[in-house]
Ligand binder design. Structure first.
Ligand SMILES: C[S@@+](CC[C@H](N)C(=O)[O-])C[C@H]1O[C@@H](n2cnc3c(N)ncnc32)[C@H](O)[C@@H]1O
Ligand SMILES: [Zn+2]
Length: 354
């Protein structure tokens, strides 16, 4: 049953969680997380836990159809360059603080060669997998814990299906992940996304059910940002990786289909939301995508225009645009993808980019 499949993961993660009502530690029981005061949060059949208390915020959770569109679009690899860029950023920051807290343990490979078992360095002794290998070796991790090490914790806020968290965890061999989203449709998928990730329903605008100072990296990709809360849960040397769409994102689809465009104040709003942080890195990620009718419908269906567009009418508009534009042989239109990828560190310890 899913609860048990996920039980091992929840057991790893629960030490970082706090009760959303009274902020006491949570413990994993038979099929629920509980605090000492008796607040209890069931582990759903699909393996996620809702830590949302009070009412759901109106209108911001992705619907089942939006989540489905996003899952399909991302699975097709259209955003692969962005996915790689996010994973690389996370790997860079976790390996930058890849220093053992006590001493460097080492492990013997079968042929007797000694390998350093650094946290997240992509050196994975004994199982023959490279840095992108999909699993961590529980024995190595247990050894490291015994030595006083903890696995890097990566928190994805507004994680959707967990797509970027998965890529980050694959890039950080022994990292563990938490996906938070207010949409239960999204969280259901995120709960199955990676063996080293747990998934939770929570509202990023409210206090996060996470202990102070435990996250190595917070990922926020096109999702609401709660700067003060990110600052609270982050380790002093942690980073927040923020991705936002740039002005030319989805050009010329936006103009051709009459979609919502990126607001010009976006950069300013990002900076404001991250008060208390310094932007220590910024890069553009841009590439072209070849999209067929279904891909276009998905990229519109997973974005903000989905809230305002009638499906049948959109379908007509897409068909019209494709028939005007498409190369007859490919049946696809070329669409521009453009993002800003920024890293933020706590202002008290960082020197920002100008
Ligand atoms: C544009 S999607 C991005 C999802 C994911 N980061 C990705 O890029 O694949 C925004 C996500 O934020 C979630 N979301 C919106 N408001 C939220 C809130 N207040 N707290 C947590 N998640 C929220 C939505 O449900 C949705 O899954
Ligand atoms: Zn409690």
């Amino acid at each position: 049953m899913a609860v048990h499949q996920n039980g091992r993961m929840l057991a790893d993660i629960v030490e970082y969680l706090i009760c959303p009502v009274c902020h006491a530690d949570l413990r994993l029981g038979e099929s629920a997380l509980r605090c000492a005061r008796g607040h209890s949060y069931d582990v759903a059949r699909q393996g996620y836990v809702s830590l949302l208390v009070g009412s759901r915020p109106p209108g911001t959770a992705d619907s089942a159809a939006m989540v489905e569109a996003r899952a399909r679009f991302l699975a097709a690899g259209h955003y692969a360059p962005l996915t790689r860029a996010v994973a690389e950023e996370v790997r860079r920051h976790t390996s930058a603080r890849n220093v053992p807290t006590k001493h460097e343990p080492s492990t013997e490979t079968d042929d007797g060669e000694e390998l350093k078992a650094y946290r997240g360095a992509g050196v994975h002794a004994g199982n023959g997998m490279g840095p992108q290998g999909p699993s961590r070796d529980p024995e190595i991790v247990e050894d490291r814990r015994a030595e006083g090490w903890a696995a890097p914790l990566i928190v994805d806020a507004g994680a959707g299906t967990g797509h970027y968290l998965v890529a980050a965890l694959d890039a950080v061999n022994d990292g563990i992940g938490m996906a938070f989203d207010v949409s239960k449709h999204a969280v259901r998928r995120a709960a199955r996304a990676h063996p080293r990730a747990g998934a939770f329903v929570a509202d990023v605008w409210r206090p996060l059910p996470i202990r102070d100072g435990v996250a190595d990296v917070v990922i926020d990709v096109f999702a609401p940002r709660n700067g003060p809360e990110f600052g609270r849960i982050l380790r002093p040397d942690g980073v927040v990786v923020v991705v936002t769409p740039a002005g030319t994102h989805l050009s010329p689809l936006v103009e051709e289909l009459g979609l919502l465009s990126v607001d010009e104040e976006k950069e300013l709003r990002v900076a404001r939301s991250m008060e208390g942080f310094a932007e220590t890195g910024r890069r553009s990620v841009e590439f072209e995508m070849e999209l067929g009718h279904g891909d276009v419908a998905q990229v519109v269906g997973m974005g903000p225009s989905a809230w305002h567009t009638d499906e049948a009418e959109l379908d007509e508009r897409i068909a019209g645009y494709l028939s005007r534009t498409v190369g007859k042989s490919s049946g696809k239109v070329v669409t521009h993808a453009a993002f800003h990828l920024s890293t933020f560190e706590l202002a008290s310890r960082a020197r920002s980019v100008s």
